[in-house]
Design a binder for this molecule. Structure first.
Ligand code: SAM
Length: 287
């Protein structure tokens, strides 16, 4: 099938269906064929794979995925796009379009309906909900093999950085606990219709079978991490003891820091993932 990943073809389809781009759904459609190939190549989709695509738009990437995958499940929130997808995907019998908000969809049931085969997630994500989507995929109980996504360049950077940098935060730590991030390429605004104001990047998250650090209770560690970065300017001892839901006293935190040979005035943004895991285990014994 002739690709629709060009400005002319996309404009034609949009006009034919009187489709109005909706900013609130983060609709910036990919109109660059070579970039599309690059994303789909980097996802390493094969005829064995079940692909979950979030936000197919007019089906540009869906077509390319359907050519390579065993099956594609495409979840689109905007019902105005459903008749368009019917048309652009009519040649493919291995695509299921679900008209739903990805954050409301029962992913566990969807996975069970596919015998629990780990999904390869591929998406040009709507930027207004990038982090909630990534967290749902990482922290949910759905088997996922890899997540290849287009995001804002700045968000891709946040996923990869380590301690001591301004972009380091809860997202960096969550991504690096569950996956090995690999930057594929940066993508200029000209590759989209309409053009976004910011540069984008494609990043591939290869999910670990076993996380790189061991911790007794990962969800407690992430509560601790979130509390540390909510109070970014405070020392860890002040920030964590100030977070009532953790139930920690200042003394418990400083004692744990001492046992880790860390200064009392240390801030969360300088701790590695391993150190957060160690801290969580130490304070949990006392909480
Ligand atoms: N994949 C298409 C492409 O590359 O041309 C469109 C990408 S566009 C950046 C994001 C898509 O996600 C839009 O089609 C938008 O309607 C859809 N979307 C936005 N929020 C969504 C949500 N909560 N659940 C599912 N789809 C959503």
């Amino acid at each position: 099938m002739q690709s629709i990943a060009t400005p002319t073809k996309t404009a034609e389809i949009v006009a034919k269906h009187h489709f109005m781009f909706r900013k609130k759904f983060g609709q910036n459609f990919l109109v660059d064929m070579s970039m599309l190939e690059k994303i789909v190549d980097s996802a390493e989709v094969t005829k064995e794979d079940v692909v979950l695509e979030i936000g197919p738009g007019i089906g540009t990437m869906t077509q390319a995925l359907a050519e390579r995958a065993k099956e594609v499940i495409a979840v689109e929130i905007d019902s105005a796009l459903i008749p368009i997808l019917k048309e652009t995907l009519q040649e493919y019998d291995n695509v299921t379009v679900i008209n739903e908000d990805i954050l409301k969809l029962d992913l566990a049931a969807l996975s069970a309906a596919h015998d629990g085969v780990p999904f390869k997630v591929v998406a040009n994500l709507p930027y207004y909900i990038t982090t909630p989507i990534i967290m749902a995929l990482l922290e949910g109980d759905v088997p996922v093999e890899s997540i290849t996504i287009m995001v804002q360049k700045e968000v891709a950077e946040r996923m990869q950085v380590g301690p001591g940098t301004k972009d380091y935060g809860a997202l960096s730590l969550a991504v690096q606990y569950y996956a090995r991030p690999e930057l594929v390429c940066t993508v200029p605004p000209e590759c989209f219709m309409p053009r976004p104001k910011v540069a984008s990047a494609v990043i591939c998250l290869h999910l670990y079978q076993t996380p790189p650090v061991s911790v007794r209770d990962a969800s407690y560690m992430f509560r601790l991490i979130r509390a540390s970065f909510n109070q970014r300017r405070k020392t860890l001892a002040n920030g964590l003891s100030g977070e009532v839901s953790l139930g920690l006293s200042r003394g418990q935190v400083t004692e744990a820091l001492q046992r880790m040979n860390l200064p009392e005035m240390v801030r969360g943004e300088t701790l590695t993932l391993e150190q957060f895991a160690q801290l969580a285990d130490l304070v949990m014994q006392k909480a």
